[in-house]
Design a protein around this ligand. Sequence first.
Ligand code: 5AD
Ligand code: SF4
Length: 443
Amino acid sequence: MSTEISQSKGVYISTYGCQMNVNDTERMYSLLEMINYAPVPSPDQADLIIINSCSVREKPVHKVHSEVGRYKGLKTQKPQLKIGVGGCVAQQEKKQLLTDVPLLDFVFGTDAIDSLPSLVQDLEQGEQKKVDAKFRHSEPYHVQTLVKNPGVSTFVNITKGCDNFCTFCVVPFTRGRERSRPLKHLIEDINSLTKRGVREVTLLGQNVNSYKSDCGANFGELMRAVAVDTDIERIRFTTSHPKDFNEELVGIMQDHRDKIMDYIHLPVQSGSSEVLERMNRGYTREEYIRKAKMILEIMPGAALSSDIIVGFPGESEKQFEETMSLLEEVPYESIFSFKYSPRPFTKAARWEDHVSEEEKSRRLTALQSRHKEIAFELSKRYRDSVVDVLVEVFDEESGRCSGRSTQNKLTHFNGRKEMIGGTYKVKVNEAFPQTLRGVLFEH
Ligand code: 5AD
Ligand code: SF4
């Protein structure tokens, strides 16, 4: 055993961005293990460093540049060290990244993850400056979940890519056309994860609602099948597109509420119909509000959250105020809010960016501070109630268990280590905007 460890090489992956990337990093570690690379906790112990990059936030190339720059000393000390970039910036920049960041040895795109072991082996055999940034659109999307040590909760990719082309978003260009995994494979995948102790899966996709299996099953049918044909205890999903969220799906969620979480992340992006049209979102403010109300009518008590962009090109003060007033109409327990910034290849990047940086900051602060008050109010509804918490972590020092309630609220209570992986009823006695604290209600 010890000789095996000393013979393996070390890989360090730094991960930016969304859950899709977190999941891809897990996959990279598992694939690299097959060619004898073991994860190491810091870059100075690594023979291979990978930056799993994100291009949704600002200055993405610059971020890759500065991180690679930090490894310059390591590369001098250890010339055999290989440094590569994967993820969305790699997909977007392709071989240009090798020119812009000369210390890099390789670049691999979002569809090239499964080729990573052979790419690394080519480098070990002396090849230099490798790039694989091809989309494999014509290949079926068959990716069994690879996680080395699955915890209580794990991600399962159900779709890849996006065909929506919202005018601000780079994802259709960095993740390619939308593809879905066959329903049968997903059920097998989830069954094998439950056998390894997984209690909760998050079904992942850029737009989960447009899932379409080769057998014709849609997202609702997939959720029903996961609820009925697997032993998984909890099902979550992200991200939903409001235009594709329909009554049939909410009905299925309500029917399987014992397993499917009472939580829907439904990114609105803006409260102004005019802005939504320029964003190419495919719904108006009124349609969105109707959908949110429909969800809460069919699933009373469910929690909603959203993504919001302020300062989209041409967003007037009045249009921003419509986003502010949307907060009063849709009870979001949490929001993720961003200042608009242009992304390569996108339509909006070619439009004049009318809103100044100062004004974007002002709007963002106004939005966030109003939402904080709202979140606090909404959180009070949990006081004195009993929530079901799936315990994910136990902290020895404080004796505290932590996990998520069915409405996705992070909840803490005093417990024991053996409780990890179990679902417990917790009586809430303190409610903060984003977290709850309580006591064990039932043993
Ligand atoms: N500018 C600001 N925010 C953006 N997002 C996506 N693209 C941009 C952009 N160009 C936000 C959206 C999306 C979330 C993941 O990131 O709100 O839902
Ligand atoms: Fe981007 Fe729109 Fe697709 Fe979401 S639905 S990934 S915002 S293009």
